[in-house]
Design a protein around this ligand. Structure first.
Ligand SMILES: [Zn+2]
Length: 128
């Protein structure tokens, strides 16, 4: 499902060009030793992922947006709607943010590269 769309690449850890090769070396965000290790090139089509030094610096803005959205959602939900004590919610939010770092990091990089690189059906058919 969603094959050929950017969502497929983002949520399945796939190359943005061919949707076949993996983007990160491991598929789990919670393999804490290797969750941030990317392939330099797509193992399937050979697309180079890091276009220039510091290419993924911009993905920090996306990661920051995820963190802010998570924090605001938790505070509005638990303090605003369910009226929990704000100090307990703050502790929970900090723990939650630490736990979500690997997920947001990976999603941010995949979204960032998908902003600039499009799916190419002819390359996808040629690649193994
Ligand atoms: Zn590829």
């Amino acid at each position: 499902m969603f094959k050929g769309t950017k969502l497929y690449s983002v949520f399945n850890n796939k190359c943005p060009v061919c949707h076949k090769g993996d983007f990160f070396e491991v598929n789990s965000a919670y393999d804490l030793k290797k969750f941030d290790v990317m392939h330099t090139k797509c193992p399937s089509c050979g697309e180079r992922y890091e276009k220039e030094p510091g290419y993924f610096t911009g993905s920090m803005y996306i990661s920051y947006a995820f963190m802010v959205a998570f924090m605001v959602t938790c505070f509005v939900g638990f303090v605003g709607i369910f009226d929990f004590d704000i100090y307990y919610v703050l502790i929970g939010v900090i723990i939650g943010m630490i736990l979500f770092v690997p997920v947001f990091f990976r999603l941010a990089r995949l979204i960032w590269i998908n902003l600039f690189v499009d799916y190419n059906k002819s390359i996808a058919e040629k690649s193994k």
